[in-house]
Design a protein around this ligand. Structure first.
Ligand code: B12
Ligand code: SF4
Ligand code: SF4
Length: 236
């Protein structure tokens, strides 16, 4: 175990909020262009697998009614001080310029995109996400050297199984009422137009994206209805 300010302490503090360290990227000469975090030498992804953070967030939101961008604000409130205590700097998926969270996740966790654009996880299916990332520079790395070295040794490579390879029928692709998924990815305009119609409001907007819901992988980690409705409202 490390002392306060170490990686173990960071992980434990995140767990108290229903979040976790998702994985690490160590930019080298080929990947450093992915990091717009200046001299960041290690990027630690923070997120959730399944919807475990939701009750923690909801309890916070009840105490902050009317707050703008509640989930993004909660994420910043939780992650920023923890990143600082660990000697890093937090960045967030919702902030512009957008940081390449999905590229980081592919590098850190070996995940690959589903036909829907979202990355699919072999243990959590389409039910996971990213709430922030912590960028560590040379000074923090020197202090955390032992822990980081151990993490680097265990960081996953590109050999994580990709669930879509074994999914012959690909039910996600036939479930969308407006066929919004094509070779160019999600047709956002068609999707949003559908969500404004009466059947779209009663369907996807209330019960969640039918394409995402059609995926049979790890459905036990599906978010609960309140969380799904929150994300769909934010998106549409
Ligand atoms: C812009 C954006 C969108 C735009 C997409 C516009 C477009 N066609 O590109 C819109 C608003 C449509 C969108 C929608 C959704 N998004 Co979005 N989005 C982003 C955001 C903020 C930036 C993406 C980006 O351009 N990055 C910049 C480039 C340089 O980084 P990148 O890693 O290389 O980006 C890759 C993605 O853009 C991806 N991509 C391209 N098109 C699309 C379309 C979709 C739907 C997704 C998920 C990815 C994706 O390909 C890029 C190349 O690798 C990211 C957060 C982030 N900072 O990455 C979330 C993010 C990609 N979104 C995410 C999610 C979950 C969604 C929704 C499912 C939200 C929801 N309702 O629950 C929806 C999907 C809509 C649906 N029908 O269900 C997650 C994906 C998690 C995962 N498992 O992979 C992210 C990472 C946010 C997070 N906090 O975790 N999103
Ligand atoms: S339904 Fe099949 S192809 Fe679609 S996301 Fe799930 S595993 Fe991948
Ligand atoms: S939310 Fe509905 S309309 Fe939009 S992509 Fe998903 S299934 Fe299609």
């Amino acid at each position: 175990m490390s002392g306060a300010g170490g990686i173990d302490a960071l992980d434990a503090a995140l767990a108290g909020h229903g979040l976790c360290l998702r994985g690490w990227v160590f930019p080298d000469i080929t990947t450093v262009a992915m990091a717009s975090g200046g001299d960041a030498l290690a990027i630690c992804l923070v997120g959730h697998t399944g919807g475990g953070f939701w009750p923690v967030f909801e309890a916070w939101w009840e105490k902050h009614p009317g707050i703008a961008d509640p989930l993004d604000t909660w994420s910043k409130t939780v992650i920023t001080p923890l990143a600082k205590a660990a000697g890093g700097e937090a960045v967030f998926p919702s902030d512009r310029p957008w940081q390449p969270f999905q590229q980081w996740a592919m590098a850190a966790e070996g995940l690959k995109p589903s036909p829907l654009g979202m990355l699919i996880h072999p243990d959590f299916g389409l039910w996971h996400g990213y709430r922030g990332a912590i960028l560590f520079g040379p000074e923090a790395l020197a202090r955390l050297k032992g822990e980081i070295a151990a993490i680097e040794e265990t960081t996953v490579g590109p050999d994580v199984p990709h669930p879509c390879d074994a999914c012959a029928d690909k039910p996600c692709l036939s479930a969308c009422p407006v066929n919004a998924f094509g070779p160019a990815g999600l047709d956002v305009l068609s999707c949003r137009a559908w969500l404004k119609t009466e059947p779209g409001r009663k369907g996807c907007r209330t019960s969640g994206c039918l394409a995402r819901d059609a995926c049979p992988v790890e459905r036990g980690h599906r978010y609960d209805d309140a969380q799904i409705q929150f994300h769909m409202t934010a998106y549409s």
